[in-house]
Design a protein around this ligand. Structure first.
Ligand code: PLP
Length: 417
């Protein structure tokens, strides 16, 4: 495999030129939203300056808008191993989850069951909880094993049963990076003819996924997490999608995928999805676009895992640092959550930004059930450092040395922290 072209990659992200308090800014806040690749930014400018238009017009700008949408669906289909007509766009993953939950739950009856997990972001919990309550549907939980920081799959045989209508699971935790073992969950879901809804928002920036292989009926993700615009993406398996009774205004198309896309879409944003995915594709090789995307991901994964390894080793060598990570690090994204004894995550991250120009987030990242289970909910949550394809070894070293320094200062001068 050719060397990872880190300089060429960094040149594509203009935000990396930013300085803060006289220092080059370091972005470890990717899980909250990655930086945007130049070609995506250019696409938005081009869309807006070339003459945008609404759909179904007999003039070029309208046809061009329709074409941007089509191209975006096609490349997302290659990204997620699905079909273009199964790809719908929306405001964000959360709004799409609420719309889908409403439509899917139309056929649920009192006494049915759904299965949610303690690991998930509430986008893939509260959307389903809301409709479950409306329909009198019981909710069962896949718990988190706090020792291994993974989902406890030991009772799947009873949790997923004849009454189960849907199982909603995150593909990867946005807080601690654990990748869920969908291969083990999926057969249980299929056995009882339930639906599998995967939250891939935190997964898609880091590894290749294949809807069919995963056995997913619904997938959610968001382009602003993978180098692109603020547009939510939903994939719904065609046969399910066609039968869904979605909430929409009368005159809008009843066909898939349009029927999930209420109102006028974010056309400029949608035009910027393709270049964001092409960023991944261009790192890869292969004869089809899907092959190049998968091979691009392999290079990203290798680079990110090297940096994550370096960061984890550095952090664990600092006294007072407590890591929250899956015991199986192969099945983790390069997202590293930790706490430091005696320092609040908020104070720590403020210092990190103000004194070192390193941007990392603090809190529970909406993963409140997970934070509760791991004992950090009432302690300000975690400090989270997420590695992205544009991060470097030097940045990781700068981060580890800043953590060491802040921790040392806190021990020496506890009254200042
Ligand atoms: C795992 C996960 N799921 C869902 C969401 C919500 O996505 P959106 O902001 O597109 O609604 C996020 C956002 O951080 C997330 O990390």
């Amino acid at each position: 495999m050719a060397t990872y072209p880190i300089n060429q990659i960094r040149n594509q992200f203009p935000a990396l030129n930013r300085t803060y308090n006289g220092l080059p800014a370091v972005y470890f806040d990717g899980p909250g939203g990655s930086q945007v690749v130049q070609e995506s930014i250019d696409a938005i400018v081009t869309y807006m300056s070339n003459g945008g238009a609404n759909l179904q017009g007999q003039f070029p700008t309208s046809r061009e808008t329709e074409n941007y949408i089509l191209e975006a669906r096609e490349i997302v289909a290659d990204l997620l191993g699905t079909r273009p007509e199964e790809v719908a766009f929306g405001q964000n993953a959360t709004s799409l989850a609420f719309s889908i939950a409403r439509a899917v739950s139309n056929t649920w009856n009192r006494g049915d069951e759904i299965v949610l997990t303690e690991m998930d972001h509430p986008a893939n919990i509260d959307s389903w909880l809301t409709v479950a309550k409306e329909k009198g549907v019981n909710v069962r939980w896949i718990k988190v094993d706090s020792k291994t920081c993974t989902l406890d799959l030991s009772n799947l045989n009873s949790i997923i049963n004849e009454k189960t209508r849907l199982v909603a699971v995150t593909l990867a935790s946005n807080a601690i990076g654990t990748i869920s073992n969908i291969e083990s969950i999926s057969p249980h879901v299929k056995k009882v003819n339930a639906l599998l809804a995967l939250d891939a928002v935190h997964a898609v920036p880091h590894f290749a996924i294949d809807r069919k292989k995963l056995g997913a009926d619904i997938i959610l993700c968001s382009a602003y997490k993978f180098f692109g615009p603020h547009v939510g993406i939903a994939v719904i398996r065609k046969e399910l999608f066609e039968g869904l009774n979605t909430y929409k205004v009368g005159p809008s198309p009843a066909k898939i995928p349009d029927k999930l896309e209420t109102g006028t879409q974010n056309f400029s944003g949608i035009s910027a999805i393709k270049p964001a995915i092409e960023f991944i594709e261009k790192l890869g090789t292969g004869s089809s676009r899907r092959e190049r995307i998968i091979s691009g991901y392999e290079r990203i994964e290798k680079h990110e895992n090297q940096l994550a390894h370096l960061m984890r080793n550095g952090l664990t060598s600092i006294e007072g640092v407590k890591m929250f990570q899956s015991t199986n690090l192969i099945a983790s994204t390069p997202t590293i959550a930790f706490c430091i004894e005696g320092i609040s995550p908020t104070d720590f991250c403020r210092k990190l930004a103000e004194e070192y120009a390193i941007f990392a987030a603090d809190g529970h990242f909406y993963a409140t059930r997970l934070a509760d289970r791991l004992g950090v909910l009432d302690k300000g949550g975690w400090i989270r450092a997420g590695i992205a394809p544009y991060n470097t070894v030097e940045e990781v070293e700068r981060f580890v040395s800043a953590v060491r320094q802040i921790t040392f200062n806190a021990v020496m001068e506890p009254q200042n922290n």
